[in-house]
Design a protein around this ligand. Structure first.
Ligand SMILES: *Cc1c(COP(=O)(O)O)cnc(C)c1O
Length: 430
């Protein structure tokens, strides 16, 4: 195991000053054990910890870093923007430019509002959908994560799944009383909820490809079904594309599957690694947002010029010919390599789920198709696999319920080193 003395010292101080030593729960490595890494810097596909140990990074800051760490064009534009001031609390041309790019790329988005996180984006989109329909109830899916606003913290994925919390403490039952929950990929359950709450459901919010219970793609036709049933019931369909936007395809999962929702939430990639979120949709719906309409939503740092600049450069880099084909091939190659490594290690009950540049190694016999089956995967074996990979210099998501991300910075030697490490790590996880 590589030396981690300095990291350990920082972690100790962090535990004294920050709850659990972190600012976001999964960073604490509770699900996989061992000492959490303390990152000193990153470049391209790699990060270095506080003891100068090098890791191949398949987390990519949980999604934003599709161009890799410290991409020269992104760094340069942030530096140039910073020299002109870091925030004004007034409109800039950068916001208009990023809005133009996103509205041109994502089919459902005619107008957009920038915020500072994905959590704000989903929370605000739900508020707008309620105002637009004059209804209160929303329908979400088990294992889908939409940030940590009170009403959306019901049967959620991501860190809540990792920590095996039923739901968060501190959320009054009355706050989630308007939140209906269905299993993912379960048409009958959705139909039953619509029948039981006829004319009362303002919005259906869904991760079109679930990526916060590990990777769980929609069954064939499931998104079309959601489109039809929401249309029939005058319910707003919200795609939470905070991960999938500009990752699965330039126009997101809605482009990939050819299903256009009424509203879309974005984040992660569109800020190029800076704090950002956005929600958008049909013009008549977005006209509900103040000051155009009666729904209040605001932000001191919304449309922050550094985040807008980093986002513009990142999205421009993704317009090059063949980018998404290349990312798909990378994902498929890594998945195939991991499956072979498991086979060579005679490690059974391993399923690698993959779609585009997103992957999850499930220690399960079959790929999960909902939260119940995802929760059936063996967390203890994943933990052993994770720790062996980390010791060999490969950084995977420290939870089976988060996805690995390929990016444009990953090189052949990242694949070679990862798969060589995996052959041994799968032995450790047998
Ligand atoms: C990350 C994520 C969010 C929350 O975004 P934050 O910027 O962390 O608040 C919401 N929805 C999905 C699908 C996400 O993956």
């Amino acid at each position: 195991m590589p030396p981690r003395d300095r990291s350990r010292k920082i972690t100790k101080a962090a535990r004294d000053l920050l709850p659990g030593g972190v600012d976001s729960p999964v960073r604490a490595f509770s699900a996989v054990g061992g000492e959490p890494i303390v990152v000193a810097y990153g470049k391209g596909s790699r990060i270095w910890d506080a003891d100068s140990n090098e890791y191949v990074d398949w987390v990519g800051s949980w999604g934003p870093l599709i161009l890799g760490h410290a991409h020269p064009a992104v760094v340069e534009i942030i530096q140039r923007a910073a020299e002109r001031g870091t925030s004004y609390g007034a409109t800039t041309e950068l916001e208009v430019e990023l809005a133009r790019i996103i509205c041109g790329a994502v089919p459902s988005v005619e107008q957009i509002r920038f915020v500072s996180s994905g959590t704000e984006a989903t929370m605000s989109a739900v508020r707008v959908a309620r105002a637009f329909t004059g209804r209160d109830k929303i329908l979400k899916f088990e294992g889908c994560y939409h940030g940590h606003s009170d009403g959306l913290l019901a049967k959620t994925g991501s860190g809540v799944a990792t920590l095996s919390l039923p739901d968060s403490a501190g959320v009054p039952a009355s706050f989630t009383a308007e939140t209906l929950v269905s299993p993912f990929n379960d048409r009958d359950a959705v139909e039953r909820l619509f029948a039981a709450h006829d004319g009362a459901i303002a919005a259906v919010i869904v991760e079109p490809v679930a990526a916060n219970m590990g990777l769980v793609p929609p069954d064939a036709g499931f998104l079309q079904f959601l489109r039809e049933i929401t249309e029939r019931n005058d319910t707003v369909l919200i795609f939470d594309e905070v991960i999938t936007g500009f990752r699965l395809a330039y126009g997101g999962a809605q482009m990939y599957y050819g299903v256009v929702p009424d509203m879309t939430c974005l984040g992660k990639i569109i800020g190029g690694g800076l704090p950002v979120g956005a929600y958008g949709g049909r013009r008549e719906i977005m006209q509900m947002v103040a000051p155009a309409g009666p729904v209040y939503q605001a932000g001191t740092l919304s449309g922050n010029p550094l985040a807008m600049a980093a986002g513009i450069v990142t999205l421009r880099a993704l317009t090059n010919e063949g980018i998404y084909r290349g990312l798909d091939e990378m994902g498929a190659r890594l998945a195939e390599g991991l499956r072979n490594a498991a086979r060579e290690a005679e490690c059974e009950n391993v399923t690698v789920a993959q779609l585009g540049s997103m992957l999850t190694v499930f220690f399960a016999q079959e790929a999960p198709r909902d939260y119940t089956t995802a929760k059936g995967a063996d967390a203890e074996r994943y933990a052993r696999f994770f720790r062996a990979m980390l010791d060999a210099g490969v950084y995977l998501p420290p939870s089976q319920y988060e996805v690995m991300m390929c990016g444009l910075a990953h090189q052949q030697r990242d694949f070679d080193e990862t798969l060589a490490a995996a052959r041994l790590a799968f032995v450790a996880a047998r």
